[in-house]
Design a protein around this ligand. Sequence first.
Ligand code: SF4
Length: 240
Amino acid sequence: MNWEPWTGCYPQSIGCTYCYFYGKYSKRYGQNQIVKTPDFNKPVALQKNNQPKIASGKIVATCFGTDFFLPEADPWRKDAWEMIRQRPDLDFLILTKRIDRFEVSLPTDWGEGYTNVNLGVSVENQTLADLRLPQFLSLPIKRRFVACTPLLGPIDLTAYIDQIDHVSVGGETGKEARECNLDWILALRQQCLDHEKTFWFKNTGSRFRCDGVLQKVNPYKQSSLAKSMNLNLLGETPLF
Ligand code: SF4
C-alpha cells in the first residue's frame, strides 16, 4: 500500500541524478512542481460503509515517489504526522534523503518516536553513509532501516549497523544507470550476517556486474534476478 500525500521532488544527492520523479522523467512518473495530491488524507479517509480506506494492519509506503522531508512540504507534514498518529494500527515506512530536516515540523508528542513509524535513510555510497547515518542515529527514532539504493559503490556500515534494524540494497534502473557490483552487495550482506540484521537484495539495477562480467538487465527482470540469487536474510521483517 502506497501513500503519496504530495508529489514532486528535486535532486538532493548523487543518487538522484536519474530519478524517475523529476526532470525529463516527471511527465511519466510525477511532476517537478511540489503539490498536495488528492490522496493527502488517505490514512484517515473512510469508504462509503464507514470502514477506513486503508485496512488495519497494512504497511504503508509513505512518500516513496517524493521526499517526506522536503522543505516545500513543511506545513503539510504537520497534518501528515497527525494522520500517522491517528493510525497506530498501520505501519508507516518513510524513506528519505533529507534526514537533516527530520526535526522540522515534528509533532510535539513525538518523544522517542512513534512505534508505527519505520524510518529509513537512503545512502548511495560511503561518503553519503558517513554524512547521513551519524545524524540519523542521533535522532529519536524507534525503528530504523537503511536503503543502499541506488548502490553506486562499496559501503561499509560496520560503524552504524548495531543501531539499524534492517538493510535493503538495489541497483539503479534506466538507460543511463550506473553500474552495481555483486561484490558490494555481498559485502553488505556479510555485514548484516555478522551483526544479525535482516537484509533484502531488492533489485540488480540495469547494469549489474556479476563475477566480473557486466550484464544489462531488463527492468522487468531486475527484481526476479535478485531474488533468484537467494541472498535475502529476512527473518520476520516485512519487505521494504
Ligand atoms: S530525493 Fe528521491 S524522489 Fe527526490 S529526486 Fe532524489 S531520488 Fe528522486
